[in-house]
Ligand binder design. Structure first.
Ligand code: GRF
Length: 202
């Protein structure tokens, strides 16, 4: 893998994971450059973060597209143009279709705020995840970085880090603590990828 990999980040929300990738590229911890941010949501604060970091940002409002296939095709067009090596989903709430998964197999990552394979899948995002974890009485929770394949939150796991659930934990307090873990393990996963230390087996 060429050093200084070219990264595209797909967002839908506040962009705190985008921010942590921006900061870690800037510090050199990630030997890479974010060359494009695509937001599925015109109101995402992540757009503001990209602008402040002088990163080209495109809003592709997902609601304007018929289905995942046409939306993914549109994304493909942009990432091809920018010669992207790695696509990072960061708080991105939509499913990518097989067209982009095929072309970027092993080069699309996602961060999920739970210890996959549990508490993942369609509709499992944001506070819903943490509510389900607490409801299930889990002793531990945490975050997962994984390669993206055709199913939600399903591809090969790259890094997981767990934390102990406190007895007075609320979904909000758990979300906050898990988010801190996300901001650490995502840059590490991207760094390992850029250094050519990750390979897909089986
Ligand atoms: C958070 O719930 C995070 O756990 C998940 O996406 C949501 C927003 O993240 N990855 P971000 O602040 O937009 O990166």
């Amino acid at each position: 893998m060429a050093l200084m990999i070219r990264i595209a980040v797909l967002v839908s929300g506040s962009g705190t994971n985008l921010q942590s990738l921006i900061d870690n590229c800037k510090s050199g911890y990630i030997p890479g450059k974010i060359v494009l941010v695509i937001s599925s949501n015109p109101k995402a604060f992540a757009i503001e973060r990209a602008k402040r970091a002088k990163i080209p940002v495109i809003v592709l409002n997902r609601k304007r597209y018929k289905n995942d296939w046409t939306y993914s095709k549109r994304i493909l067009k942009e990432v091809r143009k920018k010669d992207v090596d790695l696509i990072c989903l960061a708080g991105f709430l939509w499913k990518l279709a097989p067209n982009i998964i095929k072309e970027y197999r092993g080069r699309i990552m996602n961060i999920h705020p739970a210890l996959l394979p549990k508490f993942g899948g369609k509709g499992m995002y944001g506070l819903r995840v943490h509510k389900a974890v607490l409801k299930a009485g889990e002793k531990f929770s945490g975050a997962t970085v994984h390669f993206v394949d055709e199913k939600y939150d399903h591809g090969p796991i790259i890094i997981q880090k767990k934390l102990k659930v406190r007895n007075n934990e609320t979904p909000e307090s758990l979300a906050k603590r898990v988010l801190k873990i996300e901001h650490k393990i995502y840059p590490l996963a991207v760094r390992l990828f850029a250094l050519g230390r990750l390979k897909l087996q089986g």
